[in-house]
Design a protein. Structure first.
Lengths: 281, 399
């Protein structure tokens, strides 16, 4: 191997990132935009009193499960949120929630159209598939480095890294859901003279809904798994507590914050799953 | 009757090297030769036919015969490789997307084998789909969808979902959805094939009933000859993408174009083992040794028939009498019933296969009398019962 010169892959990527950095204006705009969404969520969460927040979560759970009430979940949510309040993790929890909601929202807004494109175009599928594989398998840490270079320190690079890591399931499941719509339904839609848009909104998306929502649920869980990693570049929240506990060798503090993440994860998971279950419109 | 749909040289080739395959078809090569030389599969090979306004045209063939491909080319769900589809003389192949969409919305609707209902929509929402995408306003389309559902006999299920209904009911909704647009042409792709036999017969009867009132042009795809014979004004038989024979049910039964069609028909006959004994019905009989003209007339009146079969004490067939002749006797106060009995009645025995009788039955107006070897009258064969039996109906009115 010594006779073959080493391929300077690392320096190529460095120069690519350096080249990107010159578009400061563009990345600033993105930073401001994402920061804006993030701050809006945080502002709302800071505004709501804790007791009201808990009531709202319980009410939402009650509403989405109205046809098939799950009392166990309601009790779990009530006790779990009280525990987070009691442990004084409330503001950290809302920061983490903000990060998850913002990145999920962005992943959804970008991911669903990409999934539709992928389902409709063979070329798009061939191009997107390896990119999605890459996004999902590249260790999430790696995204942090260019994210800092381009978006600075704080919530925004954390959100960007989360979006990249969490988006693939939404894209994939949207693609799969649309491709699995039975041929006969597509033929029925066409034979009655639907336009492409009518077919998409009246037939394909409603029928792909279950699979699409499963993708959203997965994306949300993946972005939640990014919170500790994102805390390394200054994204505040429960992740920060865990990250600091690691540095201080504080097992108790680490587990307590970890438990709060688990509670949040379970609540988000069950809520989105309830939306996934087919209530027929 | 005017021609509604005309198909000229309609061809579909699947696979690669389609240009080459087209040339090979024109050279008259067979399907397997084309598959070998060009690697292309001929789905439909230069189909030509005309469909009259208001008729039921059945395209019949086994799976792989190209019948489903053919019907999908008529509304261009499948893009033909070659040929023309003319609807009211307008070439569908020359239409752009927008024009084609108009035709699909206004002129023809399709009914699918597995119903093709949207599972996330209620019955009424399914029925109004075609109108909804045309932008018909909500109250108007509800009204029209409801009317269509009533036409097919589905009421009170508006807010149910398709999976809450049986297969037969679902297909009625499929039919209602197609009718709601008030199309001139209905394409029905194996529409009743997924239903159980009882439901299928029901739906066939219902389709004929609806057709009686609406007089749509219906293109019906089927793999079942009994169904084809029952529904079709004309039947087109396909095999391996080629049209083998087109004709009325009687044409097909009496003059099968080749061995393939003959085998089909034989299968039908063999499966039903249809003999004269199977399809005969009980006639109104008069015992000439007991009854005079007045009693005869009374019996005929009670049974609402204009001809009665005359037998003797041993039920031996003498002949038939016509109501007018009997009325004549009564007027002249004659009691000689024998003088008006016509004895030239066509007869046959119970074991005769009806395929042997088809020709004669279609020509004579008088029903065949079925007798046993002692000449006793067992029953009669009327035309309707024969066709009904061929189409798979049980002969039920044995009275």
């Amino acid at each position: 191997m010594s006779s073959i010169p080493q391929i300077p892959l690392a320096s190529w990527i460095d120069s690519f990132v350096d080249w990107l950095v010159q578009f400061t204006g563009f990345f600033n705009a993105i930073t401001n935009f994402i920061g804006g969404i993030n701050n809006a969520f945080q502002w709302v969460f800071d505004l709501i009193p804790i007791w009201l927040f808990i009531v709202l979560v319980l009410a939402l759970t009650f509403y989405v499960n109205r046809r098939d009430q799950r009392w166990g979940l309601l009790i779990f949510e009530f006790l779990g949120l009280l525990l987070i309040w009691n442990l004084d993790f409330w503001r950290d929890m809302t920061q983490t929630l903000t990060l998850v909601l913002t990145s999920s929202l962005i992943a959804l807004v970008i991911g669903i159209p990409l999934g539709i494109l992928m389902a409709k175009s063979h070329v798009a599928e061939v191009i997107l598939k390896p990119i999605l594989d890459f996004m999902q398998t590249m260790p999430a840490f790696v995204y942090l480095i260019p994210a800092v270079a381009l978006f600075g320190i704080g919530m925004v690079p954390g959100i960007v890294a989360s979006v990249i890591f969490a988006m693939p399931p939404t894209v994939r499941m949207t693609n799969m859901g649309i491709r699995e719509v039975p041929d006969e339904l597509i033929e029925a839609a066409d034979s009655f003279g639907s336009t492409e848009w009518q077919k998409l909104f009246k037939v394909e998306l409603p029928i792909a809904k279950t699979s699409l929502m499963a993708g959203v649920n997965q994306s949300m869980m993946l972005s939640l798994s990014m919170v500790v990693i994102a805390s390394m570049i200054g994204a505040m929240g429960l992740g920060t507590k865990v990250y600091f506990a690691v540095g201080r060798n504080d097992a108790g503090g680490g587990f307590a914050a970890g438990l709060a993440i688990v509670i949040l994860a379970i609540i988000l998971d069950r809520l989105t799953q309830s939306l996934t279950r087919d209530h027929r419109g | 009757m005017s021609v509604k749909v005309e198909v000229k040289n309609l061809t579909k080739i699947f696979g690669k090297h389609i240009g080459r395959a087209k040339e090979l078809i024109k050279q008259g090569k067979t399907k397997s030769e084309i598959l070998k030389e060009a690697g292309a599969t001929v789905g439909v090979d230069q189909a030509n036919f005309k469909i009259d306004d208001g008729e039921i045209f059945v395209i019949m063939g086994l799976s792989g015969s190209g019948k489903s491909t053919l019907v999908r080319m008529i509304n261009r769900l499948i893009e033909p490789t070659d040929g023309e589809v003319l609807i009211d003389g307008e070439n569908l192949m020359k239409m752009d997307k927008k024009k084609l969409r108009e035709v699909r919305r206004k002129k023809m609707s399709m009914v699918f084998q597995n119903f093709g209902l949207l599972p996330n929509r209620t019955i009424i929402e399914n029925a109004e789909y075609g109108l909804e995408i045309q932008g018909v306003d909500k109250t108007e389309r509800r009204k029209r969808a409801k009317k269509a559902l009533e036409q097919v006999g589905i009421t009170g299920y508006d807010d149910e979902y398709p999976d809450q209904l049986s297969g037969g009911m679902q297909q009625r909704v499929g039919l209602a959805r197609a009718l709601a647009n008030d199309p001139q042409i209905l394409l029905m792709d194996e529409a009743f094939s997924a239903l159980d036999p009882l439901n299928r017969t029901d739906m066939q009867d219902q389709l004929l009933d609806i057709q009686e009132g609406l007089k749509k042009t219906i293109i019906f795809i089927s793999h079942d000859l009994n169904e084809a014979l029952k529904l079709g004004d004309h039947i087109m038989i396909m095999r391996d993408g080629e049209v083998i024979q087109t004709g009325t049910p009687e044409d097909i039964l009496t003059h099968p174009a080749n061995d393939y069609v003959e085998e089909f028909i034989e299968n039908v006959d063999r499966s039903k083992v249809l003999t004269a004994g199977n399809v005969m019905i009980r006639p109104v009989t008069i015992n000439i040794d007991k009854a005079g003209p007045r009693l005869t007339l009374k019996r005929m009146k009670n049974n609402e028939v204009s001809t009665a079969y005359v037998v003797d004490n041993k039920r031996k067939l003498i002949g038939i009498v016509d109501a007018n002749d009997v009325i004549g006797l009564v007027r002249h106060d004659s009691s000689d019933l024998r003088s008006v009995v016509k004895t030239d009645v066509p007869t046959t025995n119970e074991e005769t296969p009806i395929s042997d009788l088809m020709d004669d039955i279609s020509q004579t107006g008088i029903p065949f009398a079925v007798t046993n070897d002692k000449g006793q009258l067992k029953g009669i064969i009327v035309r309707g019962a024969v066709l009904g039996a061929l189409a798979g109906n049980e002969v039920s009115e044995f009275e």
